[in-house]
Write a protein that binds this ligand. Structure first.
Ligand code: OKP
Ligand code: ZN
Length: 343
């Protein structure tokens, strides 16, 4: 399968995130994409191409224009106010406060458009995030052209980003942008399967009222795990989208045996929805060695995951999300893709 990868991912290289009460080096770092790319090269996986620029229009199909303008300009405004250091939010809205007035202050707007303090905006954030979206869109173009599969090696990731918010290392929702582009290109129905360890709250929010797009996610139970306020099993969609959202929360310690059973539930729901295409939000942070996650998948299990996804039997666009055990990330991600291709 063709792989889309942009060197511009490097432009997102934050210094630190707030984690467990400390500012620590960002887990979401350029080495993540490098190791995946190197592994794919080492096994001769397939041709790696730079994405085509797709411009703002496909981003505006998913994200709020005011949010996109904020994201594009945030760094410049931040530097003017505070100097050359990563921009992190410090205040959010609580019940009894309101969001009627968008703050003028850049600090106020960072809080207005975000939900955590783990997602620094840097000088290169906008370019890196748009390059990742371009990879997802280029992958969608291959699927539209008739390829069985494609892989968008996106960095920064996207599944926590909503219509008008960033967080969880994500700024633009690459998977949702690709899914929308597939719809706009003629697919009547699309499904997004999210196998990242964390709930894809942004994708869920974007697709919440959509009957033409099914969102299915396996993730750590939000009673225990980030993003805490999204991902419960009773969140099933609304309006035209009622019933087109399936959350499958799993406990800490989940291993392949339990994961595989749940993946089968997901696969059956996707088949019943009868979509034309499948977008997979591919996080490998379900791996036992992941430093911020608590599932127990082994590297060989990712081969089985790829085969199970192939068993759904749809043209499939893989979009890279999380995975922070950098040394093993290349093998784990490549295993999903080869597991898919070899079955
Ligand atoms: C992004 B993606 C753990 C803090 C977790 C945010 C995690 C974002 C994950 N102590 N902070 O879904 O892989
Ligand atoms: Zn994750």
């Amino acid at each position: 399968m063709i792989v889309f990868y942009s060197e511009e991912h490097r432009l997102q290289s934050g210094r630190s995130e707030l984690n467990d009460g400390q500012l620590v080096p960002c887990y979401e770092k350029p080495a993540r994409a490098d190791i995946v790319r190197n592994r794919l090269d080492a096994i001769g996986f397939g041709s790696v191409r730079a994405p085509e620029p797709h411009g703002l229009t496909p981003l505006e199909r998913v994200h709020d224009v005011g949010y996109l303008a904020f994201l594009q300009n945030a760094w410049g405004e931040w530097v003017q106010e505070h100097g050359d250091w990563d921009a992190l939010p410090l205040n959010w809205v609580a019940p009894g406060m309101h969001r009627r007035v968008v703050p003028r202050s850049i600090d106020g707007r960072l809080g207005y458009y975000s939900f955590d303090a783990g997602t620094p905006i840097t000088a290169g954030t906008w370019r890196a995030a748009t390059s990742a979206a371009d990879s997802a869109l280029s992958g969608a173009d291959r699927i539209r052209a008739g390829d069985r599969s494609a892989f968008a090696l996106c960095r920064p990731p996207g599944h926590h980003a909503g219509k008008a918010f960033y967080g969880g290392y994500c700024f633009l929702n690459n998977a949702a942008i690709a899914a929308q582009s597939l719809r706009d290109g003629g697919a009547a129905r699309v499904a997004v399967l999210d196998v990242d360890y964390h709930h894809g709250n942004g994708t869920q929010e974007i697709l919440w009222e959509r009957g033409d797009a099914l969102f299915v996610s396996l993730h750590a139970d939000p009673v225990d795990e980030f993003p805490y306020f999204s991902g419960h099993a009773d969140e099933t969609g609304a309006g035209a989208g009622e019933g087109a959202n399936l959350n499958l929360p799993l406990p800490w310690g989940t291993d392949w045996a339990a994961y595989a059973e749940t993946l089968d539930v997901a696969a059956r729901r996707i088949r019943a929805f009868a979509p034309d295409v499948l977008v997979v939000s591919l996080g490998a942070d379900t791996y036992g060695g992941d430093p911020i996650s608590r599932f127990r998948l082994l590297s060989e299990d990712f081969l089985r995951m790829g085969a199970a996804i192939a068993g759904i039997g749809l043209p499939t666009l893989f979009v890279m999300e999380g995975g922070y055990a950098v040394d093993d990330l290349g093998v784990n991600v490549a295993n999903v893709l080869t597991g898919f291709e070899d079955s």
